[in-house]
Write a protein that binds this ligand. Sequence first.
Ligand SMILES: *Cc1c(COP(=O)(O)O)cnc(C)c1O
Length: 427
Amino acid sequence: MFKESNNFKKFESKVWLSSPTMHGPEIEYVKEAYETNWMSTVGKNINEVERLACEYIGCKHAVALSAGTASLHLSMKLAGIEAYGMPKVGHGALEGKKVFCSDMTFDATVNPIVYEGGEPVFIDTEYDTWNMDPVALEKAFKIYPDTKVVVIAHLYGTPGKIDELNAIIKKHGAILVEDAAESMGATYKGVQTGTFGKYNTISFNGNKIITGSSGGCFLTNDEEAANKVRKWSTQARENAAWYQHEELGYNYRMSNVVAGVVRGQFPYLDEHIAQKKAIYERYKEGLKDLPVSMNPMDLEISEPNYWLSCLIINEDAMCKQVRGEQDVCYVKEAGKTCPTEILEAIASINAEGRPIWKPMHMQPIYRLNPFIVRDGNGRARSNAYIAGGVADVGMDIFARGLCLPSDNKMTAEQQDRIIEVIRACFE
Ligand SMILES: *Cc1c(COP(=O)(O)O)cnc(C)c1O
């Protein structure tokens, strides 16, 4: 275990990984909702959130929903119906169908495939941006040529290789669903993420770059799709005097109270991105002579939103570390460390880091799903820890990487202390 012998002073109040940052206008819009009694899923705040999302991201239609996950669910439903037709009972639009998806992501990218009865096929990660590997995707289409839907996330706010991925998806006549929950405000070749898919998602979850405490938006240029999502998300009521239903509905609409918070946050999105960028650069500078690198990005092509700063330890600076399903053990060696030791060190001064999102193909719930890597026979299992290395890119980044405290309220002095604590792990 990490010894608290370095005597670094603890922070009095915790430095979080990424916590909400409020500015003032949020409460005014919430108060306005309260005072005018628009305390439901209708109101000016919701309309404004949709207008602001379209304006900022540059899309034609936005539908404000209770969560990014709700948007991903309805995106899956739309994509399934488009590819395979309307399901008989109104749900299970992807019943029995394979869907290609990012492997190193939060499970909210993937679960909605299963809500609609589909089977996630995980595509391995590349080292350049830590997102879906186009080579592995191309291979997946060779193995499962009938697949018609692909879901792509931009991990930690860094856009993936969109042009390469899109070319493959187009070539195979598949539909791209984009999960820009973590990358809101990031651009690829000057264009916002959340515009590349036919159906796209942003999130206002409490730890995202701007927040409503919860909430999300469905984004599209397809008016018919936007109308469908608006209707489905409000219990699929038909235009009648009574409750009339022809389709399966959901209670997925954003609250006008939550929308007040989102509305108040929008003007601060650019400020948050600038703060996150400064945090990333301070880490990069402070850790530059250690055997580590920061989460990678190609600044010639894309401008990330720097949502989370991460580092990855060079292979030859890794001490022995073994992770079970719930526990972890490591053996300290001089000059070497591992993510667990660094996370314990960070926690010992009252700051919050986190392991890299554990790849989906390593998750017990998805252990039987296909997983496609660029080399070999296209299948690698999470227990295939090969002597002298790991079986796939996602597993490797998970083994050697970690997310650093990236809260935009963290001061430069606090961050310097975190950097010192990390440096001590390499002694
Ligand atoms: C946060 C997140 C979501 C889900 O957003 P919610 O608004 O919390 O439902 C989806 N995908 C990724 C990659 C996320 O990080």
